[in-house]
Design a protein around this ligand. Structure first.
Ligand code: DX5
Ligand code: ZN
Length: 238
């Protein structure tokens, strides 16, 4: 078993800069899918820490995106960790195929907890060498996460309703981030939705350290300058 632990630690060290206090995770939902490998390269060369993959099933959210097959294709051309956000009703069935495809972090939503054993799935994700996360929609109280905090590597606080890119940031979710930190949660707190140069400081000030940005990064030609701008504004607010 120790060699497994060492192998996992080495893998994470190789792909992730753990000394980085602020992480920028461009969401490929806003990328040009006709040139996906070029888009991945442009944000990695621009300093992206993680690549955020938005998986939607047309059931948990009213939109459909992609599955393990495309995730595996992205993995084949990616150097940075894949941060996979499962906006799906049945992560118990589909987490393993996404892990097989090379996901480094797998996050699913607490709103589907009636469909399976949340603790079992978090343990399964970790047992496969990935990091495990839970997400909350804007209208879901953060208290729903409390029974699982000690088993989470990441909490993803939605700052828009899941389903579509390009929506407006909802500042009313910021107290959830603050509450998680007040309760002593030391894992990653990610904010997802409407993150850009005008909103990232509020998230960082509340205690978030990972910022998912789709439109703000892929909507500009100079991804490197935009990622640096986001990072600087977040770091200045910490
Ligand atoms: C929304 C997704 C987000 C989305 C963010 O359901 O989870 O990751 O891509 O897009 P922007 O940054 O455009 O709000
Ligand atoms: Zn997302």
């Amino acid at each position: 078993m120790p060699c497994v632990i060492i192998a996992v630690a080495a893998r994470l060290r190789h792909t992730d800069d753990v000394s980085q206090p602020v992480r920028i995770a461009p969401s490929l939902l806003a990328a040009d899918f006709a040139h996906l490998a070029d888009e991945v390269r442009s944000v990695e060369d621009g300093g992206a820490d993680w690549l955020h993959l938005d998986v939607m099933d047309g059931h948990f959210v009213p939109n459909l995106t992609f599955g393990p097959f495309i995730t595996k294709a992205i993995k084949s051309c990616a150097k940075r960790p894949l941060d996979v956000h499962l906006m799906i009703t049945d992560p118990w069935t589909y987490a393993d195929p996404f892990l097989d495809a090379g996901s480094d972090l797998v996050t699913f939503h607490i709103e589907v907890e009636q469909n399976g054993d949340v603790g079992e799935l978090l343990a399964r994700i970790r047992s496969r060498g990935a990091r495990a996360g839970l997400s909350v929609q804007p209208d879901t109280p953060v208290e729903r996460l409390l029974p699982f905090l000690d088993r989470l590597d990441l909490v993803l606080v939605m700052s828009v309703f899941a389903g579509f890119g390009g929506q407006k940031f909802m500042p009313e979710v910021l107290p959830k981030v603050q509450e998680l930190r007040d309760r002593g949660f030391t894992g990653d707190i990610s904010m997802d939705g409407g993150i850009g140069p005008e909103t990232i400081a509020a998230g960082a000030g509340a205690g978030a350290n990972v910022f998912v940005a789709g439109t703000a990064v892929f909507g500009v030609a100079d991804r490197k300058a935009r990622i640096a701008e986001l990072r600087d504004r977040a770091a200045a607010a910490v």
